[in-house]
Design a protein around this ligand. Sequence first.
Ligand SMILES: *[C@@H]1O[C@H](CO)[C@@H](O)[C@H](O)[C@H]1NC(C)=O
Ligand SMILES: *[C@@H]1O[C@H](CO)[C@@H](O)[C@H](O)[C@H]1NC(C)=O
Length: 306
Amino acid sequence: MISGNQLKLLSVLGLLSCASFSVLDGVLRQSDGQGVAQTLTKNKVRSAQSPLHAIMRGSSVAIQTSKLRVLFAVRTNIRNYETKIPALLKTWASVLPEEDLFIVSTKAAQIAMGPSYSFKVQSTECFDDRYVGLTCIEAHIHLFAAQEAGEFDWLFVVDEDVYVQVQNLKEVLSYLDPFAPRLYGTPGCGGDVCKKVGAGLCGGGGYAVSRQSLLRMISNHSTYVRDLMHTPGADTYCDVAVACVAEERELKVESLPGLYPWYMHNRTQFQSTLESLSPLPLSYHYTKPTEMLDIHLQFRKRRKEI
Ligand SMILES: *[C@@H]1O[C@H](CO)[C@@H](O)[C@H](O)[C@H]1NC(C)=O
Ligand SMILES: *[C@@H]1O[C@H](CO)[C@@H](O)[C@H](O)[C@H]1NC(C)=O
């Protein structure tokens, strides 16, 4: 695990963003013989409500999933308006009802998606940097979901370069208890940065939090943005900040298998995760716009075959 001092050093060097932190952690953990797989075994299935269990049972749950409202939040900045945002709008996000997707950045924009349709990017007063600006955006996402998005069951938060398998994610979430004090993601990054030592969170593959758990995280609406931005580690890593606040509010960060926060250089392995039934693939971080289309077409083809 990376120490606080190492974090500071990397942050001073400007080496890491909220997202790339996960890569570094992945590399470090690979070098000491660990990795996603091992994280999963360590956080092994304990109850009938655990995600792994859910995934193993998962098949025809169309009824539950159609009733479930999952909000998808994408944090981004102005550099991605012409490339990555259109790629996600054209692929995985195209199946979502418009009111279930929100893209939050520093500057408002209408992303044109053809002659008659454009998607609104929401603005914030956050800095357009890859550091505390992203943590600020993260806090606004939480507040927006809690205050303005209406009723919903789960919030799923990702960077703009994540491919999300919406159907699988909804299926898996439909088995989880939204009242359990949990934040589902990839435990492991920067837990030792928080005052209270917990699992931490590698946010690259996204994380899911129920409405109830989100409300528990936001102790005071008027100070939340400031609070999250002043969490240890938040100056560089929004995922670490989220984990710290969650753990402080006694939410446990629990593993959701099928999130892939690290790029898989072994493309054979990558391909087998796409086709896996256990765990079902949920998200892929570091997906370039062209790869997004490729993954999307593969999923579409597989769905037709079933
Ligand atoms: C929230 O924080 C503000 C500013 O510090 C304070 O005035 C207010 O009383 C707090 N509200 C609650 C419910 O604690
Ligand atoms: C790539 O992944 C496949 C399937 O998981 C595995 O059989 C193969 O050994 C891996 N190749 C390398 C070079 O690690």
